[in-house]
Design a protein around this ligand. Structure first.
Ligand code: ZN
Length: 73
């Protein structure tokens, strides 16, 4: 595989040029970047869901305690 920047021939499978360090597979790098962004988005969404579940449980617990107090009175 030839380096797009300096033209040096690199062994097949190499990601960066052995001479100048330029990336030889930009599309693969871009796709892995997209995958990483998607994973970060999923982690963020999962964290948001956990917070929402925790808040929901907290509200239910508070309402339950208040209802219990009113029922006892
Ligand atoms: Zn190069």
């Amino acid at each position: 595989m030839r380096c797009p920047r300096c033209g040096t021939h690199n062994p097949e499978g190499k990601i960066v040029c052995r001479k100048c360090g330029a990336r030889l597979r930009p599309s693969r790098v871009a796709s892995s970047l997209v995958t990483r962004e998607t994973e970060a988005e999923l982690a963020r969404r999962l964290r948001y869901d956990l917070v929402r579940v925790a808040v929901t449980f907290g509200v239910v617990a508070v309402v339950g305690v208040l209802l219990g107090v009113f029922v006892i009175r």
